[in-house]
Design a protein around this ligand. Structure first.
Ligand code: HEC
Ligand code: HEC
Ligand code: HEC
Ligand code: HEC
Length: 166
């Protein structure tokens, strides 16, 4: 048999496979690597623009003070001074930037307060906790006695109930 390259032909076949493999890799790479990758190192540059384009979900308590003056003032002097407005009210970025006219709902103290104050052995003992069933009248209706923005350590008695007529 005539073999101009002797038995080395199978090496050319191998080399051909390698070249095809590398070509396929380069094509796939061009398709899948996003634009801007590598301009600032191992990073997609336009990711910065994507992040910048996102609207903040939270406004921060400083923003609330632009329009609401009473609550920030009350909060400052009470034990909730360090609790952020949006920790209780939820994210209100759209409300604070005026993007929506929808009035935020008022949190229900009967559900809200125990999110943080419910008694649990996993909480530090220094943090004031209550068992709603044992605490005071056991109603669990925290807002009747406590002002959420400035809960007194010793709040006044709850509003007197109407006396039942005999
Ligand atoms: C651009 C001004 C503005 C900013 C900033 C703003 N608010 Fe308001 N907020 C309003 C207006 C106006 C109302 C509607 C008042 C009304 O109709 O009684 C309102 C209503 C509310 C209500 C419902 C009040 C009710 O009577 O039921 C809550 C709660 C509230 N805002 C919380 C917040 C919090 C928390 C922030 C900060 C994240 C905030 N707001 C930032 C203007 C603002
Ligand atoms: C500890 C939780 C908590 C924090 C912190 C808090 N709020 Fe409230 N806020 C409430 C609850 C609960 C109500 C509903 C009270 C009700 O309906 O009796 C409320 C009601 C309101 C209202 C309606 C009017 C009123 O006074 O009842 C506004 C406005 C308001 N909050 C703004 C703010 C702002 C601004 C901040 C930050 C400076 C803030 N809140 C921080 C729990 C909180
Ligand atoms: C986001 C968590 C959070 C929510 C919700 C919350 N609180 Fe608090 N509360 C705190 C923190 C933090 C303190 C301060 C604890 C400290 O300084 O040791 C505090 C302190 C208090 C204190 C003072 C305790 C003392 O003797 O020093 C009272 C009373 C209180 N909260 C009642 C309430 C009531 C009522 C509600 C519902 C309207 C409520 N809290 C909702 C976090 C919360
Ligand atoms: C009937 C009125 C009333 C209701 C309802 C009420 N509290 Fe109180 N709360 C008080 C009084 C009075 C005190 C102060 C006396 C005390 O520490 O036992 C107090 C104290 C606290 C303290 C401080 C406890 C401490 O160890 O110093 C926290 C926290 C608290 N309440 C949270 C709540 C939560 C959360 C709710 C709702 C599940 C609630 N309260 C419902 C009247 C009430």
């Amino acid at each position: 048999m005539n073999r101009p390259f002797g038995y080395a032909t199978h090496l050319f076949r191998m080399a051909g496979l390698f070249v095809a493999g590398i070509a396929a890799f380069l094509v796939a790479r061009a398709i899948f690597v996003p634009k801007g990758f590598g301009e600032l190192g191992h990073y997609r540059t336009s990711a910065l623009d994507d992040v910048r384009a996102q609207k903040p979900v939270f406004a921060g308590r400083a923003a609330c003070g632009d329009c609401h003056t009473d609550e920030p003032e009350r909060l400052k002097s009470g034990p909730h001074a360090k609790v952020g407005c949006e920790a209780c009210h939820g994210a209100l970025g759209a409300h604070a930037s005026g993007e929506t006219d929808v009035k935020p709902t008022r949190p229900d103290p009967a559900k809200l307060c125990i999110v943080c104050h419910l008694q649990s052995v996993s909480k530090p003992a220094t943090f004031k906790q209550v068992d709603p069933k044992d605490h005071m009248d056991g109603s669990g209706n925290c807002g009747v006695c406590h002002d959420p923005h400035s809960p007194d350590k010793e709040p006044p008695a709850p509003p007197a109930q109407e006396q039942k007529k005999p």
